[in-house]
Design a protein around this ligand. Structure first.
Ligand code: TRP
Length: 332
């Protein structure tokens, strides 16, 4: 008889600092849904990491734990298949953070490009210990359950590199055998904002949220910046510089080429082109809205899903901690 191979694991997650948007969907949520039946999938609600920047607003974090959980469930992650985990409930994450912090220098963290960019965006000059160290905590997130694969956006690459470095160092120092996780990038790359900004971001004010209703989405698409040199519908357009055209190629791939040709030939105007895009986005979001409405009306069920997932994660994390402490000769 052939033994069933143990499933490989995915761990990925989101800071609980607000609702998730299309950038999150394209960058990571879509892969989570596609892979949930192939991998034992852990979705982390990163509330402690959220507090590294929002410690003065804990009430916002509390609400976002539910919203981010619902965002994940609404796009089609099956609560009977995936494990939703609340970061602050997992003791192994706190313990591993402390242990890994022994192996990481302050200079390494200070030179982390994502930390640098975020510190600049938030206007920090003197960083808290917790903010500077969150990549170490993220390494603990990924390794407490020995994740093999981490689907994330490219801005997370420095944290993945750090995680792999910590794992190698830990294994080499203590003769342990923690797996080195692989990063998985989405093939769409980073989603730009409809305002022409290189990135869709909640702090940039250009996000289309998974929870936006149809009218809101249409209104946001209407305001998108297009080819600024095209004054009249009769002028030929330049789809190669138009963000709406880029969105068609991502969210409306079967019609994108045709629309592009019509734009170049002045056969479709920006208003009609945007209307087509809004319809496409709303068709994508409609089933998400339906699932969201269910979970919004059943919050105790969402809480139960998070509690049960965190309990499973704690059991697994405690096993990892036993191995880690034995390897370090601190288990009595
Ligand atoms: N830093 C990630 C983000 O900002 C969120 C996150 C926290 C995460 N812990 C993680 C992602 C572990 C992948 C794995 O999006």
């Amino acid at each position: 008889m052939t033994e069933k191979l143990p499933q490989k694991r995915i761990l990925t997650g989101d800071r609980t600092t607000g609702r998730l948007h299309l950038g999150h969907y394209v960058g990571s949520l879509q892969s989570r849904v596609a892979l949930q039946n192939q991998y034992d999938t852990f979705i982390l609600l990163a509330d402690i990491q959220a507090l590294t920047t929002h410690f003065e607003h804990p009430e916002l974090i509390h609400d976002s734990i539910y919203q981010v959980a619902i965002d994940n469930l609404s796009v089609g992650l099956d609560p009977n298949t995936v494990t939703l985990v609340q970061q602050s409930q997992i003791t192994a994450i706190a313990e591993l953070t402390e242990i890994y912090s022994l192996l990481v220098t302050v200079n390494t963290l200070r030179h982390n490009p994502t930390i640098k960019t975020e510190a600049k965006n938030y206007g920090y000059d003197d960083l808290t210990f917790g903010f500077l160290g969150y990549p170490v905590s993220q390494s603990a997130d990924i390794t407490f359950c020995k994740a093999d694969l981490v689907p994330v956006g490219e801005d997370q690459a420095p944290h993945m590199e750090l995680t792999r470095k910590i794992v190698r160092r830990f294994n080499e120092l203590y003769g342990a055998n923690l797996p080195e996780p692989q990063m998985m990038l989405s093939n769409c790359g980073r989603l730009m904002g409809l305002d022409g900004n290189a990135k869709m971001g909640k702090s940039l004010g250009n996000a289309i949220y998974l929870s936006d209703d149809a009218e809101t989405v249409s209104a946001k698409v209407k305001k998108a910046v297009t080819d600024t040199t095209r004054i009249s519908v009769k002028d030929p357009g330049h789809p190669e510089v138009c963000v709406v055209s880029r969105y068609h190629s991502i969210f409306n791939s079967s019609e994108a080429e045709n629309i592009c040709e019509m734009c170049k030939g002045a056969k479709i105007g920006c208003v009609a082109c945007k209307k087509l895009l809004a319809e496409k986005l709303n068709a994508l979001l409609d089933p998400f809205r339906e699932k969201r409405a269910y979970y919004e009306a059943h919050l105790p069920e969402v809480k139960e899903i998070i509690m049960a997932g965190s309990e499973r994660a704690n059991r697994i994390g405690n096993e990892t901690m036993r191995e880690v402490k034995e390897a370090m000769h601190i288990a009595l």
